[in-house]
Design a protein around this ligand. Structure first.
Ligand code: 13P
Length: 313
């Protein structure tokens, strides 16, 4: 009698399906994925796969990005209700109004946006390539950056730019507290603090390394002898502990929680092994994107992939 993981592996083979998983997914989902990565890597992988079906184990915008890149493929997300607070913080109609109020600006949008927002965008970025893509524009380029105010402020600070930044945020990263992080750092004075740029400014000010999930993982793998305080969604700890089994990783807790508590994205947690199995079996739920929106949204995504390839990212 086959168990759940064997059944998932069989269905993947039988249906020529590839399972892509974000680092914030449950550990057991990451273990079943053919490829685990950050938002950029997932888009790159979706763009090049020859599989007939893409199962995107992540949140809705990641499935949308894959569908926009591969309109002829079936793109499934195990639980379509897996949304993103950051994408929700930037409704397309309000963003369009903002763009109209600031004519003459290049629009750079974080990948954590709906297809409709991407359709209003000149180039999409992720946390891996945002800095380099912004720097690929002339110093005096007028830029609108949305929707993450923390990432936008951080990119402005490190590049010396004055981008107009949309006032959105990721609820999970906003839950990290500067006071609690300072306390944790006092308890572990030798630990290196790794933080995602979606964290608030006062948290980033205490970080030793600021980067995407892939960049933070790379840092740990390069120096496994160190101890790390990890200030991002706790799902990344799964791959960190797998790749660095003897390293101590200390998750920063969400505000008000005790030391040792993890800050988890409940949307990312909606995908489970059972739902992954069901979605492969029934080939649903399928991600759909309005073809007229997809036609406009694909350009800034492809532009991001082209610039990233040129930069070797
Ligand atoms: P990266 O995947 O670019 O690290 O960003 C994390 C994130 O915001 C996922 O929603």
């Amino acid at each position: 009698m086959e168990n759940l993981t064997q059944a998932i592996a069989r269905l993947k083979r039988e249906k020529n399906a590839v399972v892509l998983g974000h680092y914030y997914q449950r550990g057991e989902i990451q273990d079943m994925a053919d490829f685990v990565g950050d938002s950029l890597a997932l888009a790159q992988w979706a763009a090049k796969t020859e599989a007939k079906i893409i199962v995107m184990c992540g949140v809705h915008f990641m499935g949308e990005t894959a569908k926009i890149l591969c309109p002829d493929k079936k793109v499934l997300v195990p639980d379509l209700k897996a949304g993103c607070s950051l994408a929700d913080s930037c409704p397309a109609d309000r963003f369009e109004q903002f763009i109209r109020e600031h004519p003459g600006h290049t629009v750079i949008s974080y990948v954590n946006t709906t297809a409709a927002v991407k359709a209003l965008t000149d180039v999409v970025v992720t946390s891996t390539n945002a800095r380099q893509i912004v720097e690929s524009f002339p110093k005096d380029e007028k830029i609108i950056f949305g929707p993450d105010r923390n990432l936008g402020r951080y990119i402005n600070a490190v590049t010396g730019r004055h981008m107009l930044v949309w006032d959105g945020a990721c609820h999970v990263h906003e839950r990290f507290s500067a006071e609690q992080l300072a306390q944790l750092k006092r308890l572990h004075p030798d630990a290196v603090t790794l933080a995602h740029p979606e964290c608030p400014e006062a948290v980033l000010a205490q970080a030793d390394v600021i980067g995407s999930t892939a960049a933070l993982l790379k840092q740990a793998v390069a120096h496994p002898e160190r101890t790390y305080i990890v200030v991002t969604e706790a799902g990344i700890l799964h791959e960190m502990r797998k790749r660095c089994p003897t390293t101590t990783f200390i998750p920063a807790p969400p505000v008000g929680a005790a030391c040792g508590a993890c800050n988890e994205c409940q949307d990312m947690r909606l995908n489970t092994l059972e739902k992954l199995y069901d979605c492969l079996r029934t080939e649903s739920p399928e991600v759909q994107v309005d073809p007229a929106i997809a036609e406009r949204a694909v350009r800034p995504i492809r532009r991001m992939l082209e610039i990233s390839a040129r930069l070797g990212l």
